[in-house]
Design a protein around this ligand. Structure first.
Ligand code: PGA
Length: 266
């Protein structure tokens, strides 16, 4: 079984460093006291990734290092919400994977539907970002998902996967995480049914098997994202067998996010 992964996507929140620090502290303390501790000699039962806005990443890294000294609680990682496809150069305003890695990030979200919608990101751009992230040593969390509820032929998801992974070698695929995020479920309070999410996860694994091989496809964690709350979190991971969750709105409430982590841990 793959180790479950719970990712907090803070999006463009909170607006001040003071609030960001408070949220980070609530989550840090909650993870320390509220999750299943790793047994001696065993790795933690879950991985947690916090993805704050770029501007809070450096501070978050400092808070993280201070808080985890000597701690035996499940480790949490830092992630970014996006990255550029070059490592450096004359690209005003962009943040490169190399910079994120240097800052201490381990993960980066790529191809979120809000980036596709508001910043016109194409599958080709996402493909370049994935390759650049892997090259810099980051683990990309690739978001895929259909726009409307009745779009059930999976064609969009198949195309998104094929284009995003074009030229990505089999040897790198185990570092990739895929988040199934139906666009209609994001921020709407209308989550996808756990059974539907499971069916789509099976389909995603089938595509990965076609593109690579079954053994390789089985190593990739497939998360669910879209209106996840503490109430429904367990249904996706314990019930439907998803490998974790990508949490937006509910991750801005530290207490609720910890509840979600606990639900996945138990
Ligand atoms: P949501 O967002 O949990 O607020 O629906 C999920 C996401 O966009 O990753």
């Amino acid at each position: 079984m793959l180790k479950p992964l719970v990712v907090a996507n803070w999006k463009c929140n909170p607006p001040s460093q003071k609030e960001a620090r408070h949220l980070f502290e609530v989550v840090r303390k909650g993870i320390k006291t509220g999750t299943v501790p790793a047994k001696r000699g065993q790795s933690p039962s879950i991985e947690v990734v916090i993805c704050p806005p770029f501007v809070w990443l450096k501070e978050s890294k400092i808070w993280e290092i201070r808080s985890q000294k000597g701690s035996k609680s499940p480790k949490f990682w830092l992630g970014a919400q996006d990255c550029f496809w070059e490592q450096s150069g004359a690209y005003t305003g962009e943040i490169s994977p190399a910079m994120l890695k240097d800052l201490g990030c381990q993960y980066v979200i790529v191809g979120h539907s809000e980036r596709r919608k508001y910043f016109q990101e194409t599958d080709e751009m996402i493909n370049q970002k994935i390759k650049a992230a892997l090259k810099a040593g980051l683990k990309p969390i690739l978001c895929v998902g259909e726009e409307t509820r009745d779009n059930s032929d999976y064609l969009i998801i198949e195309q998104q996967l094929e284009k995003a992974l074009f030229g990505v070698s089999a040897g790198r695929i185990k570092d990739l995480v895929i988040a199934y995020e139906p666009v209609w479920a994001i921020g709407t309070g209308q989550p996808c049914l756990p059974d539907e999410a499971m069916k789509t996860a099976l389909f995603i694994r089938k595509i990965l098997t076609k593109l690579y091989a079954r053994k390789i496809a089985e190593q990739v964690r497939i998360l669910y994202g879209g209106s996840v709350t503490a109430k429904n979190a367990a249904d996706y991971v314990k019930g439907a067998g998803m490998d974790g969750l990508l949490v937006g709105g509910a991750s801005l409430n530290g207490t609720e996010f910890i509840e979600i982590v606990k639900m996945v841990c138990r």
